[in-house]
Ligand binder design. Sequence first.
Ligand code: MLT
Length: 408
Amino acid sequence: MATINDNYLKLKAGYLFPEIARRVTVFAEANPDAKIIKLGIGDVTEPLPLACRQAMLKAVEEMGDRDTFKGYGPEQGYGWLREKIAANDFQKRGCDIDASEIFVSDGAKCDTGNILDIFGKDNAIAVTDPVYPVYVDTNVMAGHTGPQNDKGEYEGLVYLPMTADNNFTPDLPAKNVDLIYLCFPNNPTGVVASKEQLKKWVDYAKANDAIIFFDAAYEAFITDSEIPHSIYEIEGAKDCAIEFRSFSKNAGFTGTRCAFTVVPKTLTAKASDGSTVELHKLWNRRQSTKFNGVSYIVQRGAEAVYSPEGQAQIKALIDFYLENAKIVRDRLTDAGLTVYGGVNAPYVWVQTPAGLSSWDFFDKLLQNANVVGTPGSGFGAAGEGYFRISAFNSRDNVEEAMKRISTM
Ligand code: MLT
């Protein structure tokens, strides 16, 4: 009989967001008249920017003409998109990133999971707590952990708490680690990291031959000019960091699918025979084997993000969601709750009222206000006592949800 990857049995029954969706469905079936407002999963609600739509329509027409039709594209992404990304997202900010170091993909979620393919089994791995659950679950699936303990922590992972007590600034690990996941602007807390804080991590990684996985999917929401958008703004990061980016949250591509990962050519790690290997070559090999690229049409849509019209349109989208976040922050603060994040990020991290666990607060909000958020404990043990509210929704829904919460 065929056997399974037993590591999957160590996972919690369901991934966090489908589990929330399941509970909401049960509630909706029992309360068919409830007008539920979802501020849970960070999924965008506003339509795609016009510049992207027009570029995709044009690309569809090209696909209908023998002379301009495209079959398989380069697995790494088309050169014209990689050039635009390198110039606009990195070189303009003084980061020495070349187009050849950019790998276009169908999602940062997939890439942050897939990246483990090119790393060994015995790395010591650090994650912040709370954390985007994909980083943890993909390590469990890959067999990099033991079972989960009563706190919900997996044996073998090094957890770095991020709470109000340490100002959401995770400390360096007490023991040496080889792989470190960082996400800034942070999902779920919505806090950002300063240049000094990131420098601390880059210095640590360089001193310990560690690699940082830097998830910058929410960089477009940074409004503070002092906050770095890319880890490569920190000197030395090209020698120790892989960066993940996405068009999902800035240009509304959650359903369209386009992202990219930067693997600098200067980045190396050790093979088991002690030799030094370029990670860029391995990732290129992995992608060429397991991935056939993002569709031509979607890449043309992503390219349009960098046109002057595209830039103006995505700025309007981001401003819109940030105003939602401000409304959430202001209304919840007025209602007596303590909130964090939501200034340079689309997530507001709310302290649950005394005596209420994250899931208690989830149930209370769902029952009494018909509003869905995400329980902090779903992001890790240190998320207990917190609750995440996403700013991705229409203005009317955000206003209405806040009104209901304030009066419940
Ligand atoms: C979230 O709600 O944390 C995000 O939607 C996760 C994601 O982008 O996959």
